[in-house]
Write a new protein. Structure first.
Length: 260
């Protein structure tokens, strides 16, 4: 399917936004936010366009735009820890935007952002340690420097443990969501089977009701015909009896006349 002009513009603007997101930006940089807002409006128009792309391609565009929006919202957070946690829940694109890309640009941006946030967290921890041991900045004694190095290593290990803990929590949450989705699917299939069986039972009951109705109609017709025949025979019998009585009276009068 040939891409429309609007889709080509969406791809170009999306590629430009991914390039801006990959660069180290100034905190007062406003272009990326404006570009993402314009990209969101263009994507809304593309959804209503008659020549819109396939649903899979459309979902990929939406996923990339949501990733860029989440990236901008994460950058507005105050602490590096919150930024790192926010970046953990972002979902980059799965396919490259242009043919020149080997890997999706959003995935590369996601990895760079996670590394940048992790580096900031470590530098903040190291800066905190240096502020607590200011003597190491001016030719400190050997035992102080050794203590600082050990504290730095311990802080790095604790930071890695925290990140690993959050990653494990995210994986556990994903597994729970997957299990819930499976149970929901099983319940839906079970309900579908029950409804199917109920429909079959209802269809069988309706069929039996139609058959019983036809039999009852036939029996009613037969009974009506039998009733009509009975009435006809009774009427003829009464007519014969009346005629017999009438003839008998005439004969009786003829045989036994009235005395004078």
């Amino acid at each position: 399917m040939v891409a429309t002009r609007l889709e080509v513009n969406v791809m170009r603007l999306l590629s430009r936004c991914e390039a801006l997101a990959a660069d180290a930006r100034d905190p007062e940089e406003w272009r990326l936010e404006k570009y993402v807002a314009a990209l969101e409006n263009m994507l809304r128009e593309l959804k209503q366009h008659p020549g819109k792309p396939a649903p899979e391609v459309m979902n990929e565009y939406c996923r990339k735009v949501d990733f860029l929006k989440g990236l901008l919202e994460a950058e507005k957070l105050s602490s590096s820890t919150e930024k790192a946690l926010a970046n953990q829940f972002l979902t980059p694109g799965r396919t490259p935007t242009t043919t020149k890309e080997r890997t999706p640009a959003t995935k590369t941006v996601h990895l760079q952002t996670k590394a940048r946030c992790t580096g900031k967290m470590r530098s903040e921890l190291l800066g905190t340690l240096q502020s607590t041991n200011p003597s190491c900045g001016f030719f400190p004694p050997l035992h102080f420097c050794r203590g600082l190095v050990s504290d730095e290593k311990q802080s790095a290990v604790e930071l890695d443990a925290v990140l690993q803990h959050h990653q494990n929590m995210q994986e556990k949450l994903a597994e729970e969501m997957l299990s819930l989705a499976r149970s929901l699917k099983n319940n839906t299939l079970a309900a579908q089977n029950v409804i199917k069986q109920d429909n079959q039972t209802l269809s069988h009951s309706l069929k039996m009701a139609d058959q019983n109705f036809e039999k009852l109609k036939d029996e009613s017709d037969r009974l009506e015909q039998h009733a009509k025949k009975s009435v006809n025979w009774l009427l003829w019998i009464m007519l014969i009896v009346v005629c017999f009585i009438f003839i008998s009276m005439i004969l009786f009068i003829r045989i036994f006349p009235k005395p004078r």
